[in-house]
Design a protein around this ligand. Structure first.
Ligand SMILES: Cc1ncc(COP(=O)(O)O)c(C=O)c1O
Length: 368
């Protein structure tokens, strides 16, 4: 087993043994995941055939219904779905520039796929750690076929615009003749801060991508939603990209389970994240951002090296069956590390005092 794999297995095992959890959820075993799929499948469900019919079609219909779009198409990954949405924008407008944030997923995490595979160019929208505002889009000095907005912008701290800012930046894009695509990997929980339902948000855009395995706890997979023409095009290019799997019903069933059970719970997580963030901000030397989180996720900094924090989290889990926060990484400030906190089901059981109590037990494990 590689070192990386061994670390993952150690963390998985430690988290499964915990009866208290602040960040994230207790990870499910393969058998537990199979049980969820089994319970979700209708008695007479028939598998899909290359994505046609079965739970995949049911899922596509459910997503189109939630987002209020004409159609939706299932994708094995969001990476693939978004390249196709952006390529479509370039074909329709004749412009290969895509308005992207330097912290967006395609720019940071996809090895230049949109450039190398779809022949697109990045036009940086803003260097500010938030989605671009209308004035920035109006001032771009290059044409763009599509403006992509990431709701929330994960690598800036899961930050969302205000509703008026969002509608204004969409208008600014349209005035430049650009289409609008939403990276909605975490759109499900964004409706609370935006104070508008999913369909109202998606109605602002020409295409919206949503993910099934982040806040919804599915296996994998994504959907691209928009008008029927976009979805027809996306199905053709999904095939070209090698994304037409023979059967995708396991991922679709896990996604359907997430929509039924987890989606309605997200607003409670978002509300509780404000309580958790305020409690964590009182720790010695801690910073949280946003101070009032926009979703159920936010960033936490502590004045310790990442290795020590990761080791303390594992030791606390293994010895006291309590999970604090993991995934620490060092920042450019020496001795200060950063982690993303996810307030989900298990954290609802912890009030502010219990959060601080758990944090104290965690901090006591750090070398002095
Ligand atoms: C904001 C955002 N966009 C796109 C993706 C891509 O999703 P996938 O892993 O399904 O390719 C991710 C995945 O982490 C993401 O966080």
């Amino acid at each position: 087993m590689s070192d990386e794999r061994a670390k993952l297995v150690r963390r998985f095992t430690a988290q499964r043994g915990c009866d208290t959890m602040l960040s994230g959820i207790r990870p499910a075993s393969v058998r537990e995941q199979l049980a969820v799929i089994g319970k979700t499948a209708a008695e007479d469900a028939v598998p899909d055939f290359y994505g046609e019919g079965g739970p995949v079609e049911e899922l596509e219909g459910r997503v189109a219904g939630l987002l209020g779009t004409e159609a939706a198409v299932f994708f094995p990954t969001g990476t693939m779905a978004q390249q196709i949405a952006l390529r479509y924008g370039a074909e329709l407008t004749g412009r290969d520039g895509v308005g992207l944030h330097p912290l967006s997923h395609p720019v940071l995490h996809e090895r230049d796929a949109h450039v190398l595979l779809a022949g697109l160019r990045t036009v940086r929208t803003t260097d500010a750690p938030r989605n671009p505002i209308a004035a920035e889009v109006a001032a771009l000095d290059e044409p763009i076929g599509t403006l992509m907005l990431e709701l929330p912008l994960r690598d800036a701290g899961f930050v969302l615009p205000e509703w008026d800012e969002l509608t204004a930046v969409v208008t600014a894009a349209r005035e430049r003749g650009a289409r609008v695509h939403l990276d909605g990997a975490r759109l499900w929980e964004s409706t609370v801060h935006l104070a508008h339902p999913l369909a109202a948000v998606a109605a602002l855009a020409d295409s919206t991508y949503v993910s099934f395995y982040k806040s919804l706890n599915g296996h994998s997979g994504a959907a691209l939603a928009g008008d029927a023409e976009l979805v027809r095009y996306a199905r053709a290019w999904r095939h070209r990209h090698g994304g037409n799997l023979f059967q995708q019903w396991p991922a679709a069933l896990a996604a359907l389970a997430g929509l039924t059970h987890e989606l309605p719970r997200l607003p409670r997580y978002v509300a509780h994240a404000k309580v958790v963030a305020a409690a964590l901000a009182t720790l010695p030397g801690a910073r949280v951002y946003p101070e009032r989180p926009h979703t159920h996720q936010f960033r936490l900094w502590l004045p310790h090296p990442a290795d020590a924090l990761n080791e303390a989290a594992l030791a606390l889990a293994e010895e006291e069956q309590a999970w604090f926060v993991g995934g620490w990484r060092d920042t450019e400030v020496p001795g200060v590390a950063l982690a993303e906190v996810t307030v989900a089901g298990p954290a609802l059981e912890l009030d502010a005092d219990q959060v601080v109590g758990l944090a104290d037990r965690f901090l006591r494990r750090l070398p002095r």
